[in-house]
Design a binder for this molecule. Structure first.
Ligand SMILES: Cc1cc2nc3c(=O)[nH]c(=O)nc-3n(C[C@H](O)[C@H](O)[C@H](O)COP(=O)(O)O)c2cc1C
Ligand code: SF4
Length: 680
């Protein structure tokens, strides 16, 4: 039957019928345990299947050999023990109507020499990978022979596990490094002409096809233009692909570019502040040039663009990968006519940066993603009594509490002192490049209103006013205020990053930005100051710039800093600021390594040292609370309701969340709220 929405049309991929056109492309969230897709990994993909995805690709960069050690928690396809785990995952995904495949690769140099079994990394040529700082050895003939059979064995394991297919990774890993003239400098029979450079990947494809038989689906995820002058160009890529198809490739997932350094990776997986779907037209041109089905993902985060990709014949299958990390129920909502309720992927790329920052992928504003075993993606209505809740503060934490308590069916009022929702996030989103962050606020506000939550803006809440609402539950989400207390000399002479972002400081001349947080706020302020004409001197006590800003988010800052000559001084701590005779400011910068203080004269000093909790209201409400503000951590972590009654005379339960507790990031604030409120 023809569907009105092209996105919901089924698609035949070889003998497999996909229920619609939306897929989740291969990505490694680092949820594997012992290199195996155990319960957490399975729960993550099964949730997408429940949410309606047509095909979920697991095992981003799942590895075939021990000398391709995991760089970011990859699945180990060279272990036989993986088969039963893959089988369980496959069966459960199938039960929910989706298909499942895995990506298969040898990472080559795109990993570390210092992980897994510490075997030397191999590559066609001895070229260092900037992203992982690895120096590989030149692959010898015996290396290539064993890797070919490792590929075949890994593919056979995938077929034995009942997967619907596999996808060979062919960009910035080992296979493509032989094809690309930029990385293959060999003078033997594997280097030189296109034919010679194709030899190794073609051997792998043929061996894999032989191992799995004719019916099994084998795709390739391939850079069809490496976007570098010395790299693989479109014509050669197409020529190689035609040979690959003859060797047994069934579908193509189009990539443009390379990912061997932060700057290029950030282009292939673009963040907020960049155009939507930058390579969609390119993928469409490739589709015209070949005869196999084409999928593609790259910042197609909204349904309208995805629909255009299918309706316009640019793609057969559209990858919405981060979009479904943000909302695994994207397809279900689309099918139910609730497109406007899809939680938007705002392009923060915290999902990727979190792998390196805190060990695994996390969506900046969906704490249930990757935690499906503990937290619900869909909030169930409470079966208990309807409670009256007052939430103070409409930043991300307060809004999440409001949304969740509203969905639970409680009577919820939010009191917010400002005239709009958003709190600190509104400041972050004031940077033009990071404007999309406001989606985190707007979606929650709309969802909370949809659930019947009442908002009172411009309402500075006093304790009496809160108690007058006769609440059963009070949640304090009042956020924090910039912390300057670390500075014992000259606190009153400095500005903070909030002053810069809210526009109250328009600095010119020399501005010293001192970052003792390590996250985005100082980077945002420095970028804004530099772009508006100040000469910025960024100083940090760290040994690297902004260590909490990962490889996906740092390129845009570094670009701005390079364009505007921002000077960076590492390993110095701002210890005092005083006014000089000429009216300028003298910043005292101490090095604990050299044990000496140097002075720098500037026009302004801007500091970033996190926030101090805005906790007066909370502290006033503690004596009247039945739990005196105490959180039962066991219940919280065990997914049970909070039932502590340390003060039987108390008339309400009291909790605080987000920066009203301590200075942390948006994800932590929203996570606080969800795990506290989903059982309330
Ligand atoms: C956490 C994470 C890990 C990823 N790992 C891989 C990977 O191992 N292999 C791969 O080909 N792509 C990987 N990707 C890229 C995605 O498959 C996809 O191309 C990218 O997210 C852009 O598509 P989107 O805008 O729909 O998210 C990863 C993406 C994310 C968010
Ligand atoms: S962290 Fe950001 S980019 Fe990643 S899925 Fe969530 S909203 Fe999208």
């Amino acid at each position: 039957m023809e569907h009105l929405d092209p996105l919901l049309e089924p698609f035949a991929l070889k003998s497999l019928t996909l229920r619609n056109r939306i897929v989740s492309t291969s990505h490694e969230p680092a949820y594997a345990e012992d290199g195996l897709p155990k319960d957490r990994y399975r729960a993550y993909h099964v949730e997408k299947a429940r949410g309606g995805v047509a095909l979920t690709m697991i095992g981003g960069s799942a590895v075939v050999s021990p000398d391709s050690p995991p760089a970011f928690g990859n699945l180990l396809l060279y272990r036989d023990e993986i088969v039963p785990w893959l089988r369980r995952l496959t069966d459960e995904v199938h039960e929910h109507g989706a298909a499942v495949m895995t990506q298969v690769t040898h990472l080559g140099r795109r990993t570390s020499n210092y992980s897994g079994d510490w075997l030397p990394l191999v590559y066609p040529s001895p070229l260092r990978e900037p992203a992982h700082r690895s120096f590989p050895k030149i692959a010898e003939a015996w290396d290539l022979d064993r890797i070919v059979s490792d590929y075949a064995d890994a593919a056979a394991r995938c077929a034995a596990a009942g997967l619907d297919g596999i996808e060979l990774m062919h960009y910035s890993h080992l296979l493509d490094s032989f094809l690309s003239p930029a990385t293959n400098h060999r003078s033997d029979d594997h280097g030189g002409s296109l034919e010679a450079r194709m030899t190794f990947p073609r051997r792998v494809i043929r061996a894999v096809r032989e191992a799995v038989g004719e019916d099994f689906i084998i795709g390739i995820r391939m850079s069809m233009d490496e976007d570098r002058p010395d790299g693989l160009q479109r014509d050669e890529a197409l020529e190689a692909l035609r040979h690959y198809v003859a060797d047994g490739i069934d579908f193509l997932s189009v990539i443009k570019g390379t990912i061997d350094r932060d700057a290029t990776l950030a282009k292939v997986i673009p963040s907020m502040g960049t155009p939507a779907a930058p390579f969609l037209d390119f993928a469409g041109e490739i589709r015209q040039a070949i005869d196999i089905p084409v999928m593609h993902a790259s910042r197609i985060s909204d349904v309208a663009t995805a629909r255009h990709a299918i309706r316009g014949g640019l793609l057969d299958l559209v990858g919405m990968t981060r979009a479904q990390m943000a909302d695994p129920y994207l397809v279900a909502k689309l099918a139910a006519g609730e497109e406007d309720r899809i939680r938007p992927c705002v392009g923060a790329n915290y999902c990727l940066d979190a792998i390196y920052e805190s060990g695994d992928a996390k969506c900046v504003h969906n704490p249930a993603t990757g935690r499906e075993q503990q937290l619900p993606q869909r909030i169930e209505r409470s079966t208990g009594p309807r409670r009256t809740a007052v939430i103070v503060g409409a930043g991300p934490a307060g809004l999440e509490a409001a949304r969740v308590l509203g969905e639970r069916g409680h009577r919820v009022t939010v009191l917010e002192a400002a005239d709009a929702a958003g709190g600190q996030l509104r400041l972050a989103a004031s940077a033009p490049r990071r404007r999309d962050l406001i989606g985190i606020v707007d979606w929650r506000l709309a969802e909370a209103k949809h659930a019947g939550v009442q908002f009172r803006f411009g309402a500075f809440a006093e304790a009496e006013a809160v108690v007058a609402e006769e609440p059963d539950l009070v949640i304090i989400a009042t956020g924090g205020v910039p912390n300057r207390t670390f500075l014992t000399v000259g606190q009153d002479l400095v500005d903070d990053t909030w002053d810069v972002m809210d526009g109250s400081v328009h600095a010119t001349g020399d501005v010293l930005v001192f970052d003792d947080n390590g996250a985005e706020p100082a980077m945002d302020a420095a970028e804004k100051l530099a772009r508006t004409g100040a000469r910025v001197h960024l100083v940090t006590p760290e040994r690297a710039l902004a260590p909490l800003v990962g490889s996906m988010n740092s390129p845009a800052y570094l670009q701005a800093f390079a364009e505007h000559d921002v000077a960076v001084r590492l390993a110095h701590r701002l210890v005092g600021v005083r006014r000089g005779a000429d009216g300028r400011l003298i910043a005292e910068l101490y090095s604990e390594y050299a044990d000496r203080t140097l002075e720098q004269t500037v026009d302004r000093v801007v500091v970033e040292h996190g926030t101090l909790p805005n906790d007066e209201l909370y502290l006033e409400l503690v004596p009247g609370a039945s739990n005196r503000g105490e959180v039962d951590h066991r219940a919280l972590l065990g997914g049970r309701p909070q039932e502590l009654r340390t003060n039987p005379a108390g008339r309400y339960q009291l909790f605080r969340i987000g920066d009203a507790v301590a200075s942390r990031n948006v994800h932590a604030a929203i996570y606080d709220a969800l795990r506290l409120c989903h059982t309330a």
